[in-house]
Design a binder for this molecule. Structure first.
Ligand code: 6GU
Length: 242
């Protein structure tokens, strides 16, 4: 899996992604992450990559040419036009389902915008997938790109160990994850739930599922619609079907 991140802040992206699990996968060669500096493609003698907006208004707009040339340098190396994500609050919101789907691509380009925006003409030319990471405003697309690369990477076979990926995960089956505990069994007088010390894996499984359902009902009731609960579970946990 190859990620090409078009950005004005390559160090920010690389420092954030080259640690931890994603960094290890990159070292192993399972992932290849490259930050492409848009400024390297300016034809301006001061390496300027932005200009005033036509029609007036506050802020600056990133120019089409350096972005297009940066994108073309990637497309030329790949010998094709890769799927290209534009990080923008004006896109559909990123989900686990999208992460899984994008993880099947061989290469992905991420375009990180800044300032007041990006010249619409280059977006029309290269963007296949506009994506937002949630309903709040950020100063640039770098953090969202890092969020997406992390979420997509861990869906790529070989990035997580069997132990890490076999685990039940939040959003799996539209339910949040159950609570976890480790030693000591008594921490400052707070005890680990008895059932987890019982060794009865049937009861433990039941308890975990119950906790998942209760948490989802409390914090993310919007998810429950897509969760597959049995008729009995719906009755016991008070989940309405209608
Ligand atoms: Cl993808 N970009 C920016 N700049 N702000 C955001 C966002 C993306 N998603 C939510 N807010």
């Amino acid at each position: 899996m190859r990620f090409y991140i078009l950005t004005l802040f390559p160090e920010m992206v690389m420092s954030g992604l080259c640690t931890s699990i994603i960094g290890k996968a990159a070292e192993k060669g399972i992932l290849d992450i490259e930050a492409v500096n848009i400024r390297d493609f300016t034809k301006d003698r001061h390496q300027k990559a932005d200009d005033y907006p036509y029609g007036g208004g506050a802020g600056m707009v990133m120019q089409a040419q350096p972005i297009y040339d940066a994108y073309q340098s990637v497309a030329a190396r790949l010998g094709r036009r890769p799927r290209t994500v534009y990080l923008t609050p004006q896109g559909p919101v990123f989900t686990q389902r999208m992460a899984k789907e994008l993880a099947r691509e061989e290469a992905l380009v991420f375009l990180c915008g800044h300032y007041e925006g990006v010249d619409e003409r280059v977006l029309e030319e290269i963007v296949t997938d506009p994506v937002s990471i949630g309903d709040y405003v950020l100063t640039g697309g770098e953090l969202p790109a890092m969020v997406m690369v992390d979420a997509i990477s861990r869906m790529v076979p070989g990035v997580l160990t069997n132990e890490e990926s076999g685990a039940f995960e939040s959003f799996e089956g539209n339910l949040l994850e159950y609570p976890q505990y480790t030693r000591p069994a008594d921490w400052n007088g707070k005890m680990v739930p008895d059932v987890l010390l019982s060794g009865d894996h049937g009861r433990i499984g039941q308890w975990r599922r119950e906790q998942s359902i209760l948490r989802t009902k409390r914090y993310r009731p919007d998810l429950l619609e897509g969760a597959e609960l049995t008729i009995k579970e719906k009755a016991v946990y008070g989940v309405n079907d209608w």
